[in-house]
Design a protein around this ligand. Sequence first.
Ligand code: PFF
Ligand code: NA
Length: 491
Amino acid sequence: MASDKRGMHGIWASRWTFILAAVGSAVGLGNIWKFPYITGEYGGGAFVLVYLLCILSVGIPVMMAEVLLGRKARMSPINTMHRLTEKYKAPAFFSGIGWMGAVAGFFILSFYSVIAGWTLYYSQEMVTGTFVSISADDAGAVFGGLLGDPATLIAYHTLFLFLVGFVISRGVHRGLETSLRMLMPLLFVMLLVLLGYSLTTPGFAQGWDFLFRFEPEKLSEEAIITALGHSFFTLSLGMGAIMAYGAYMPANSRLGKTILTVGALDTLVALVAGLVIFPIVFSNGLEPGAGPGLMFQTLPIAFGQLPGGIIIGTAFFVLVAIAAWSSAISLAEPAVAWAVEKGFSRVRATITVCALAWVLGLGTVMSFNHWENHQYFVTVTGIDQEGEVAFEDLRLYADVEVLRSTLGTTGGLTYEVKGKTFFDVLDFLTTNILLPLGGVLISLFVGWFMTRRAIADEARMKSERMLSLWRFMIRFVAPLAVLFVIYNGLI
Ligand code: PFF
Ligand code: NA
């Protein structure tokens, strides 16, 4: 692919090259790290079902809209939205999609990079044999040790951002394309090897049940908003990343089929990751709701028992780091393109964005140690002897450790104190609010301001019926679903 300084004007060699790039952006920590841990936290099957519904009814239609916009204008997301807002006479705030996306991507990058740093650290620990025949307790201790060590967390966060900045400053993805062509399939093969292992563990049936048994009573308001938000996060939607890649898509390739392929691959990787991780959880008596450490506390146990585990394990964590790297590049690209359009050179834009993401990332680093108890949106629930809720309170900020000890058992109640760390707040704000909001604006724009004719010309869908169905989804279903869920979730 040819790319000039702005990196916005090449055309992918074929439909498959676009798929590769989009999958490179989509498949990342969201599939292998985040999907399993939030599924664990929100109780399994019911959450997974809502997530799948969101992918189908909101994610895929919005993705088509986003790619269509990028392909239509063939510019950076910010310019694309400026140009098209004028062209289709939409209200000016629609052009805000571009910079809102850049900000969301930058926020996500700041914590994404910290977690990607964990995978780099684990690659290194795999090579040196730390995990050979390790017990679940010891695997937990290794992870706890990493979290308790801000200096190491910062070092790997820095290394990862450096690797990301290196590629971006040189203009997006020359070498990326060829390397991803081999590495993404290899990552998938590794997951299949792990799946083979987890099939032999005693917890497989329980893990399968946990993922796929529908228990609607486990669904909370927050579970639904998280499932919806994650469908945006995992498909890289709502912030212009996929729009930027759409700008490279050949004009004559069909939108529907291409995007279904990307969505299906992303979903497959997430489900296989879940099928690998939960059997290990149950075989070793671990907690499915263990949180962000879930993947790091489970997979090393598998590698520790597999023949050739050192090699397989090292390769696996390196490949996850590479998948995270190609996703992070697409996270930063809209912000960098924005800065370039504001007159920065590409190198200065990259350094600025990465440096700011580095600083903000320190907040995520601290969320796992020094600031662990500094929490926001803290709910306090007092439960009486009969197990009934007798008292409820919400505080914007609290030191939860102090709060727990001052509450003690006042009034004969036992208290549950639950809040969000800095990392949780950033994650919630971006994934559950900014990305869905960006997605709503994108679907409203394509659904209500572009004519059916203009859409049909651009989308090149084979069947009129599919076109109508899709248009209905982005005019009504996606915006209403998202607004309803966000509204309910915030109340
Ligand atoms: N889709 C990526 C993942 O699942 O890891 C994360 C991501 C990349 C989100 C790019 C948003 C984005 F624009
Ligand atoms: Na993903």
